[in-house]
Design a binder for this molecule. Structure first.
Ligand code: MYA
Ligand code: JJ1
Length: 388
């Protein structure tokens, strides 16, 4: 059934539930001298390129490939529309490798027709800190689908990761592959219910009118928690301490240092928003909340072309409830004109989803590790990792 994935060092379906297999790397690293030195073969019309995301022109080409060909919902009503600034941010974290930003072009026309990326990350799996690649943005142009290009791209990114002496990866997908370490549910909180209904993102509930629906989702004009403010550069050390302590309780979580926090969590307009609570008395940083901005194109609607969505990222509550903290995050997103606030059921998110009027979506997100076995699938609440 999975002709490609059956050949890869990933948990296989036949091994699910086999408690004899140990947790940890599936195969050992090979000497670097034994890593293939040349790229894998592509069909003759195509060539490999390394995409320079510093180049405005290349960034535009990647943006338009993804905008027209990347992930859609099951009914093809919406397609992710990552912004150029977002892609630059996502692909250039501390220690990134340009060689892991891989494109495929048509030799004759130089048109960019496929893409895959990795970025380095330290991810803790139980007590082990593993240096991995986070693989994302795998995309093949719609006209080149089902030609087995994806396995070649995955092998090529794997080769380039190996050349940097890294042997594990983490990735998420909307499709089931061998085999998820966890399966998470998307939840959605309407901020602009009228637009969401107009574009078919949500439906008017049974025995509900539009005006009752608008009232149901109303939020206060301003945040409630005293000391709630935007995160600033000087907060990086305190936020890093708060986040590291919080994330230590999860089975799988990033091992963020101050450089990572500065990159991934310092606010960047229309890319990532971060807020914190500074105690008015002690000036301690006690709580933290963040979301990233990922709009979707609305396919084939007369009135609207973009859905502005916020995605819950990392949140820590110690002085107030996670419920109240997330309510303040919703208020900020509403103030900034987002249409919907999305969250997965990871970490402690279940504690606020229903009460804050999130509803389950029709999409799931499966989490995977490459060349690292987990004995038993994790509950979403055991995951402390959010990929973009
Ligand atoms: S997830 C987002 C993926 N992108 C999209 O969904 C965008 C829209 N779709 C497309 O562009 C294409 O449909 C793609 C497949 C490119 C997805 N992850 O070429 P094919 C397997 C992994 O004929 P196409 C993200 O970005 C499929 O099971 N494998 O198919 C994370 C089959 O293999 P097998 C996938 O439809 C990516 C084979 O590909 C996925 O033309 C993580 C068919 O190939 C998928 N999302 O192209 C990648 N979809 O026969 C893995 C299909 O065995 C990284 N397939 O079932 C692994 C770690 C690598 C680094 C390791 C370092 C050590
Ligand atoms: O956004 C998603 N679903 C929406 C729209 C569904 C449109 C019809 N298919 C949804 N809306 C209901 C909202 C409603 C609001 C009021 C309360 C009740 C709920 O369910 C889904 C997630 O649910 N998104 C997708 O399917 C996009 C793909 C998800 C897989 C992503 C793969 C990621 C790539 C890895 O890097």
């Amino acid at each position: 059934k999975h002709k490609f994935w059956e050949t890869q060092p990933v948990g296989q379906f036949k091994d699910v539930g086999d408690s004899n297999l140990p947790e940890g790397p599936i195969e050992p690293p090979t000497p670097l001298s034994e890593v293939k030195q040349e790229p894998y073969n592509l069909p003759n019309l195509y060539e490999w390129v390394t995409c320079d995301m510093d180049s405005e022109e290349t960034c535009n080409e990647v943006y338009s490939l993804l905008t027209n060909n990347y992930v859609e919902d099951d009914d093809s009503m919406f397609r992710f529309n990552y912004s150029k600034e977002f892609l630059r941010w996502a692909l250039r974290p501390p220690g990134y490798f340009r060689s892991w930003h891989i494109g495929v072009r048509v030799k004759s026309s130089k048109k960019l027709v496929a893409f895959i990326t990795g970025v380095p990350a330290r991810i803790r799996v139980r007590d082990d800190i593993v240096t991995m690649a986070e693989v994302n943005f795998l995309c093949v142009h719609k006209k080149l689908r089902s030609k087995r290009l994806a396995p070649v791209m995955i092998k090529e990114v794997t080769r380039r990761v190996h050349l940097e002496n890294m042997w594990q990866a983490a990735y998420t997908a909307g499709v089931v592959l061998p085999t998820p370490i966890s399966t998470c549910q998307y939840w959605h909180r309407s901020l602009n219910p009228k637009k969401l209904i107009d574009v078919g993102f949500s439906r008017l509930g049974a025995r509900m009118t539009m005006s009752r629906t608008i009232k149901l989702y109303k939020l206060p004009e301003s945040t409630v928690t005293p000391g709630f403010r935007k995160m600033e550069l000087h907060d990086v050390p305190a936020v890093t301490r708060l986040l590291r302590t919080y994330l230590s309780q999860f089975a799988v979580a990033p091992d963020f240092d101050e450089n990572d926090v500065e990159h991934w969590l310092l606010p960047k307009e229309d890319v990532v928003d971060s807020y914190l609570v500074e105690s008015p008395e002690t000036h301690e940083i006690t709580d933290f909340s963040s979301f990233y901005t990922l709009p979707s194109s609305i396919l084939g609607n007369q009135n609207y072309s973009i859905l502005k969505a916020a995605y819950s990222y990392y949140n820590v509550a110690t002085s107030t409830s996670l419920l109240q903290l997330m309510n303040d995050a919703l208020i900020m997103a509403k103030q900034k004109d987002y249409d919907v606030f999305n969250a997965l059921d990871v970490m402690q998110n279940e504690s606020f989803l229903k009460e804050l009027k999130f509803g389950p979506g029709d999409g799931q997100l499966h989490y995977y590790l490459y060349n690292y076995r987990i004995k038993q699938a994790l509950k979403p609440s055991e995951l402390g990792l959010v990929l973009l």
